[in-house]
Design a protein around this ligand. Structure first.
Ligand SMILES: C[S@@+](CC[C@H](N)C(=O)[O-])C[C@H]1O[C@@H](n2cnc3c(N)ncnc32)[C@H](O)[C@@H]1O
Length: 441
């Protein structure tokens, strides 16, 4: 049984660490690979549990006395090995090529759609399905350590649940019913930072397929108005499905070139908030294979064309007369589409400045102009999210650092994490399929 057990059925990290990468021999257990295999398979699970997992926990059978005898030495050797190699985490012992990529470690973020349910009910539903709720995370490390059927509340964004990276919820009844939106954390920031209060009028200038629009509608509690524009009829069609499923009722969708929307049209007299998430190179998108990131940098010509459009769209948006606050975002990592666009727009619109948002966010704009540190960047390595860029503009005469902080405080203050069980039957009716967050058009 030992020899015939398939190596493929073993945990790959364990195989790499204990056998393939020769950790046992590095630990001083001289054995050929074949010997190692025979020697190792049943106890390898135990060694794994001992060194990397949760200990023997009552298992072990006839191997247990042997391993118990060597337990202290194994642990000491592992610790020594890490010191020798100057690393602190077990996974850093692996060859670079066999380490999990940062992209594959980005957790599955799930926004609870407060138009249809509340966090407490969503959490209860998952608990009834055998998931274990760990409360509100206090750091990115908590998110990085998530595994199995554990889940958390995000440390920063309320209503954002976090599951281990490979969790697939595309068939989950709450997702199909529009109670949950599968949306990366970075993509939840634009609406959160725009923070339109209920009753406001908002423009979503490049809106399809609409995850940020549905987030805006949730913040508005469906009170007020969202004017959502997009050029692409097909994307607008899937957006209409997505919004219907999410219970959005405060949105006017229009197949329109945003650059042709007149800022002086009286329909937009009351628009104080604009979200501009224009087409971009998508160089930060997670769905791209890792090899493409960086090496798949868009051509200078494409970047120039994209940045030209982004620049025009941003200046057009800043010309709406009642505008107080605007969020500019891309899922691009390129300075040309991000800091450069923002710098030029500020130069051309001296009535606006950058709002100093989320001072504790670890990844800031590239220091290419004074104030660029107010911009936010995001990446798998630094924030455990997709690659993203955000700048928040506010009208300079609005005495706003205070008012903005007030506006954001309720959104971002880490409120008490839902703990209590509340009884309510969740709606498990399946709805039609729709698009997950999409960018980079
Ligand atoms: C990055 S995607 C927007 C994603 C969307 N905000 C979301 O969160 O689901 C950019 C969108 O801009 C649209 N677009 C491009 N040029 C446009 C224009 N001139 N006016 C309006 N929409 C435009 C594209 O069709 C595309 O759907």
């Amino acid at each position: 049984a030992v020899v015939s057990s398939s190596p493929a059925s073993l945990d790959s990290r364990f195989r790499a660490l204990i056998c393939e990468e020769g950790l046992l021999s590095q630990l001083g257990w001289a054995a050929s690979r074949a010997q190692c295999w025979v020697l190792v398979f049943p106890p390898q699970v135990l060694v794994y549990e001992l060194l990397l997992g949760k200990g023997f926990r009552g298992a072990g059978g006839r191997w247990k006395p042997l391993l118990s005898r060597h337990q202290a030495r194994l642990k000491a050797e592992l610790a020594r090995l890490k010191v020798r190699q100057g690393v602190s985490r077990n996974e850093d012992l692996l060859e670079v090529g066999s380490r999990p990529s940062p992209v594959s470690q980005v957790p599955r973020f799930v926004r609870v759609n407060t138009l249809k349910t509340c966090c407490g009910d969503a959490i209860d539903y998952f608990k009834r399905q055998g998931f274990s709720y760990q409360g509100q995370a206090s750091s990115l490390e908590d998110l990085r350590a998530l595994k199995g059927k554990h889940f958390l509340l995000d440390p920063l964004l309320p209503e954002l649940l976090v599951f281990p990276a490979q969790t697939d919820l595309h068939e989950h009844p709450l997702y199909l019913a529009g109670h949950l939106i599968l949306q990366d954390k970075a993509s939840c920031l634009p609406a959160t930072l725009l923070a339109p209060p209920p009753g406001s009028h908002v423009i979503d200038a490049c809106a399809a397929p609409g995850n940020k629009t549905s987030h805006l509608a949730a913040l508005l509690k469906n009170q007020g108005k969202i004017f959502a524009f997009d050029l692409d009829a097909k994307r607008l069609a899937s957006m209409a499905t997505l919004l219907a499923r999410a219970g959005v009722s405060c949105c006017d969708l229009a197949e329109v070139d945003f650059l042709t929307v007149s800022p002086t049209d009286q329909r937009y007299d009351r628009v104080q908030y604009i979200l501009l998430d224009p087409s971009c190179s998508g160089s930060g998108m997670l769905s791209r294979p890792l090899e493409e990131q960086g090496s798949g940098t868009p051509s200078q010509e494409r970047l120039r064309a994209l940045a030209g459009f982004q620049q025009r769209a941003l200046c057009h948006a800043l010309s709406f007369p009642s505008l107080r606050r605007l969020v500019y975002s891309t899922c691009s990592l390129c300075q040309e589409e991000n800091e450069d666009v923002v710098r030029d727009a500020l130069q051309q619109n001296p009535g606006f400045r950058l709002a100093p948002v989320l001072p504790s966010w670890p990844h800031r704009g590239l220091s290419t102009f004074p104030g660029a540190e107010h911009c936010l960047r995001a990446s798998p390595e630094t924030t455990l999210t997709g690659g993203f860029f955000i700048a928040v503009f506010e009208r300079a005469e609005v005495p706003s650092s205070a008012s903005q902080a007030e506006a954001l405080a309720p959104e971002l203050a880490p409120g008490p994490a839902p703990k209590r069980k509340r009884r309510r039957k969740a709606d498990v009716q399946a709805a039609g399929a729709a698009a997950e967050a999409a960018c980079g058009k």
